[in-house]
Ligand binder design. Structure first.
Ligand code: P6P
Length: 333
């Protein structure tokens, strides 16, 4: 049984930066994931941890108590390993400076962007939820600036998620494939369970909130109808649980497209570019798929603000290409 730590050490030549710093970073991610997993698994038992804090976060969304808990746990854990110099979180309006660059912390080179607990509105109904993380090397030489966080997605050195579902799985990429490690909660160790995840050849699933159908651009409507047609390759199965990590994890393993387009209630889409779409797009491409906003590669988008949103499509290349064709014209066949 291969543990995450052993796997990183045995594959250290695949990582451009120091293995020690990567191990320290993963050590903080694993620690936070285990703490959150414990709370998620007993959310129904302790009224103190489920439900809303009553706070409306920067996104204008009701902050769940577990959201807040997950945010705090990750911040404290990432601070403690002396490899992170700055953090941006869905739950915090501005970025958080951990250490400026000076002699005694030259190792602090990582910039971490985080959705501490995505899909948290599902907490009270036991639907899988997840933490999404995205890591860059700082650009600044002395003081941390916003530009350290507004890097294009193709500059990510590490991206992944933890899905808290029927089991807790940490999935990540450093640019050499996608790997999944399942937590054995009895001993608190993550073991390699999904070596080299890639989209299967057979495309099976389309995932979109069809409750918004009337609001969608015409190209999206045509693509949904295309997915529903009956022929030897279709209809596809519709699956949508309203939790990006849960929907994406299933689609990457079983073969499917996830779509959150813009619509007239969300002119720029709903999902956040920096800590939802970029990390999922990196994983998508590393798993042999494609991720775009309907016309542009997600990883090429130059961010202009921490919490900016984007239309988001990710999945098997052929399905994404077909959707983009519908978006370009009134293409329909
Ligand atoms: P809707 C959860 O709030 C989230 O950010 C993603 O995890 C999820 O895919 C999406 O929003 C669901 O949004 O509008 O379909 O409920």
């Amino acid at each position: 049984m291969y543990t995450l730590g052993e796997f990183i050490i045995d594959n250290k030549d695949r990582f451009l930066y120091s293995t020690e710093s990567l191990l320290r970073l993963f050590s903080s991610i694993k620690l936070a994931a285990k703490a959150i997993n414990k709370e998620v698994n007993k959310a129904g038992l302790t009224k103190t941890i489920i439900g809303s804090t009553g706070i409306i976060n920067i996104q204008g969304e009701k902050q769940q108590k577990l959201d807040n808990y997950a945010h705090k746990v990750f911040i404290e854990s990432l601070k403690s390993r002396n490899v992170v110099c700055g953090i941006a979180s869905e739950e915090e309006k501005d970025f958080i400076i951990i250490k400026e660059k000076n002699d005694n912390c030259s190792k602090n080179e990582y910039i971490v962007l985080l959705d501490p607990l995505d899909g948290s509105s599902n907490i009270d109904v036991n639907v899988p939820i997840g933490t999404i993380f995205s890591v860059y090397i700082r650009k600044s030489s002395v003081n941390i600036t916003l530009e350290d966080f507004l890097q294009e997605g193709y500059r990510q050195i590490l991206a992944g998620y933890i899905i808290y579902g029927s089991s807790t799985i940490l999935v990540y990429t450093i640019g050499n494939g996608v790997y999944g490690f399942t937590l054995d909660p009895t001993i608190g160790t993550f073991y390699l369970s999904h070596p080299n995840i890639s989209f299967p050849k057979k495309e099976k699933i389309y995932s979109i909130n069809e409750g918004n159908y009337d609001k969608f651009p015409i190209g999206i409507k045509h693509f949904i109808k295309y997915c529903q047609e009956t022929n030897e390759n279709r209809p596809y199965t519709a699956r949508y649980i309203g939790s990006l990590v849960g929907d994406f994890h299933r689609n990457m393993i079983q073969g499917g497209i996830y779509i959150y387009p813009n619509h007239y209630d969300c002119p720029h889409g709903k999902l956040r570019l920096l800590y939802e779409c970029n990390p999922i797009a990196f994983l998508t491409e590393q798993a042999g798929g494609k991720a775009s906003d309907g016309t542009t590669r997600i990883l090429n988008i130059k961010p202009s603000s921490l919490h900016q949103r984007t239309p988001f499509i990710c999945g098997p290349i052929n399905m994404v290409n077909k959707l983009e064709a519908f978006m370009k014209t009134n293409y329909y066949e």
